[in-house]
Design a protein around this ligand. Structure first.
Ligand SMILES: Cc1cc2nc3c(=O)[nH]c(=O)nc-3n(C[C@H](O)[C@H](O)[C@H](O)COP(=O)(O)OP(=O)(O)OC[C@H]3O[C@@H](n4cnc5c(N)ncnc54)[C@H](O)[C@@H]3O)c2cc1C
Length: 482
C-alpha cells in the first residue's frame, strides 16, 4: 500500500471539487492538495449525464464560478458547454495535475492526537487500495449514487418488450424517430428530454403522477448583452451575476409570501405557451411554488412541443406494464416502444464513505451542520452542498471562500485543527433539505440535521450566507481551534 500526504484532499472532481481546487490555488497557494475522483474523467454530473438536451436549469452567470466569466450567449447552457467550462477552469488554475482518477474513497479516519485524516481509496478498475493522509478533507462528492438512478418497481415491468432506459444510463445511440416514447416523470430531466425527443421525430407522452411548476424563460438575456457591451467582461459578469442573484431571491420570496398569486402567475404563463392544451390538471401542482424544485423551459421549448402536437402530457397512475406499453389506473393504455424512467436519483451522503473518528464510527445523522459547511464534532472536515432554490455554485463558491479564511486563521495562530461544537442547550434538529422531493424524502435518515437557529440553520439565502461566510469574523465560540 502506498501512502501520500498533502495538506488538503478534495473528494470529487465535479463542479464543486474543481471549484474548490481553483479557489485553493487562488487564495491559499501554499497549501498542497490532491483531488481523488472515483471516475476516469472530471466534470461529475456534467460528464455523467448524456441524455438528449442535457442542460442547466440555472442561469450560467450564477451557475458559473465567481472567478471565471461565462461568455457564451446562452443563459442556460447545454451539458457539453458546462463540461468545457469546467475543463477550462481546471486548465487555467493547473488543477489537472492534482487529480487522481479512479480513486474511490471508501473510508476516512481522523486521528485527534495527530490531527490527521487517513483516507483509503479503492481503484475502481484494479481494486487496488491506496492510503492518503491529509490535514483537511473537502467533501465534494455530490449527493447521488453514480452507478444507478432511482426507478420504482413497476408491476409486470419484465413483461414490457421494448426498451426501458433511465436517463442516468442513456445508451450511446438511441434512434427514436417515429417511435412511441413514454417518459415517466415530471421533474427537470423529463421536462428537458420531452421536447428533444419530439424534435428527433418521436411521438412523446410525458406520464406524470402529479404536475410540476414549469416556467418558460428566454435563453438570451438582453440586459446581460447590454451590460457586456458597456463594461469590461469581468465587471459585466459580476453585474449580471448580481442581477440574477437579486432576481432569483425576489422571485423565491414572492413565491413564499404570495403563494396564490404566484401560482396563478406561473400557471397563466403555462397557459399562454400551451395553446389549446388544457392546463388543468396537467400544469396545476398540488403544492405551492418553490416547495419543490422549479422547472425551466428555455425559450418555452417544452410548451411548444405540446402546442404543436409533437408531445403530450398524461396525468395518471401506472397500474402495470404491458408487453407493448403501460396500463394506467384510469383504464387507459399508453402504447410504447421505449419507456424512459425519468424517476430520479438515489441520494448518497458524502460519497458513501465510512467516516470514523479515532477509529470509531462517526454517526453523521446525529450531527448538526455548521454554517452549511461543517459537521459538529468532526474536525477539519468541510462539506460542499449547494443551494436548492438557486445555483449550486453560489454556495459552493462561498464555502471555498470561508474555508480559505479558516485555513489562514489556523496558520496565523499556529493551530492545526478546527471543530464545530453545539454549545446551545436548546438547539432543535430540523431536516437538512427543505425541498419536499421524492429522493430527498427517501434518504432523510442518512443525513445530518440543521438546527432551528443560526449558525446551524440553513437559510438558502445568498445574501445572508455572504455576510456569514465572507464578512463575519471566523472566530466563533462554537468553533474549537486546537
Ligand atoms: C441532470 C442534472 C442537472 C442539474 N442541473 C442543475 C442546475 O441547473 N443548477 C444547479 O444549481 N444544480 C443542478 N444540478 C445539481 C448538480 O449536481 C450540481 O449543481 C453540481 O453539478 C454538483 O456538483 P458537485 O461537484 O458538488 O457534485 P457532482 O457533480 O455530483 O460531482 C461529484 C463528483 O464526486 C465524485 N465522487 C463521489 N463519491 C466519491 C468517492 N467516494 N470517492 C471519490 N470520488 C467520488 C463523483 O464521481 C463526481 O465526479 C443538476 C443535477 C443533475 C443530476
Amino acid at each position: 500500500m502506498n501512502t501520500t500526504h498533502t495538506d488538503c484532499i478534495i473528494i470529487g472532481a465535479g463542479l464543486s471539487g474543481i471549484g474548490a481546487a481553483c479557489h485553493l490555488s487562488r487564495k491559499n497557494p501554499d497549501k498542497t492538495y490532491v483531488i481523488l475522483e472515483a471516475r476516469a474523467e472530471l466534470g461529475g454530473t456534467w460528464s455523467l449525464f448524456k441524455y438528449p438536451g442535457i442542460r442547466s436549469d440555472s442561469d450560467m452567470y450564477t451557475f458559473g464560478y465567481s472567478f471565471k466569466t461565462w461568455e457564451d450567449q446562452k443563459t442556460f447552457a447545454d451539458g457539453p458547454s458546462i463540461l468545457k467550462y469546467l475543463n477550462e477552469a481546471a486548465d487555467e488554475y493547473q488543477v489537472r495535475d492534482h487529480i487522481r482518477y479512479q480513486q474511490s474513497a471508501v473510508s476516512y479516519n481522523f486521528d485527534t492526537k495527530e490531527k490527521l485524516w487517513t483516507v483509503t481509496t479503492v481503484n475502481s478498475s484494479t481494486a487496488e487500495q491506496t492510503v492518503y493522509t491529509c490535514q483537511f478533507i473537502f467533501s465534494c462528492s455530490g449527493y447521488y449514487n453514480y452507478s444507478k438512478g432511482y426507478t420504482p418497481k413497476f408491476k409486470d415491468q419484465s413483461h414490457f418488450e421494448g426498451q426501458i432506459i433511465h436517463p442516468q444510463q442513456w445508451p450511446d445511440k438511441l434512434a427514436v424517430a417515429n417511435k412511441k416514447v413514454v417518459v415517466i416523470g415530471s421533474g427537470a430531466t423529463a421536462v428537458t428530454i420531452v421536447p428533444e425527443l419530439a424534435t428527433e421525430g418521436a411521438q412523446v407522452v410525458m406520464l406524470q403522477r402529479s404536475p410540476t411548476y414549469i416556467a418558460a424563460l428566454p435563453n438570451k438575456d438582453k440586459i446581460a448583452d447590454r451590460l457586456k457591451h458597456l463594461f469590461p467582461k469581468k465587471i459585466a459578469y459580476r453585474l449580471i451575476r448580481y442581477k440574477n442573484i437579486f432576481y432569483s431571491i425576489i422571485f423565491f420570496n414572492l413565491c413564499k409570501l404570495f403563494p396564490e398569486a404566484m401560482k396563478n402567475f406561473i400557471i397563466n404563463g403555462a397557459k399562454k405557451g400551451l395553446g389549446d392544451f388544457p392546463v388543468d390538471p396537467h400544469f396545476i401542482p398540488n403544492y405551492n411554488p418553490w416547495e419543490q424544485r422549479f422547472c425551466i423551459a428555455p425559450n418555452g421549448d417544452f410548451f411548444r412541443a405540446i402546442r404543436k402536437g409533437k408531445a403530450t402530457v398524461v396525468t395518471d397512475h401506472i397500474d402495470r406494464f404491458l408487453p407493448n406499453g403501460i396500463l394506467l389506473k384510469s383504464g387507459e393504455t399508453l402504447a410504447a416502444d421505449i419507456i424512459i424512467t425519468a424517476t430520479g436519483l438515489n441520494l448518497v451522503a458524502f460519497g458513501g464513505v465510512k467516516i470514523q473518528l479515532d477509529s470509531k464510527p462517526f454517526d453523521v445523522s446525529k450531527s448538526f451542520v455548521y454554517k452549511g459547511l461543517m459537521l459538529s464534532d468532526l474536525p477539519n472536515f468541510f462539506i460542499f452542498v449547494g443551494y436548492t432554490n438557486a445555483s449550486w455554485t453560489l454556495k459552493s463558491d462561498l464555502t471555498s471562500e470561508y474555508i480559505s479564511r479558516v485555513l489562514k486563521y489556523l496558520d496565523k495562530h499556529n493551530y492545526k485543527a478546527v471543530e464545530a461544537k453545539v454549545i446551545e442547550t436548546d438547539l432543535k434538529p430540523v431536516p437538512l433539505l427543505n425541498l419536499n422531493s421524492g429522493y430527498i424524502n427517501r434518504s432523510a435518515n442518512m443525513l445530518p440535521s440543521q438546527g432551528n437557529k443560526a449558525p446551524w440553520r440553513i437559510y438558502q439565502n445568498y445574501v445572508l450566507d455572504y455576510k456569514m461566510l465572507r464578512l463575519d469574523s471566523v472566530k466563533d465560540k462554537r468553533l474549537k481551534f486546537f
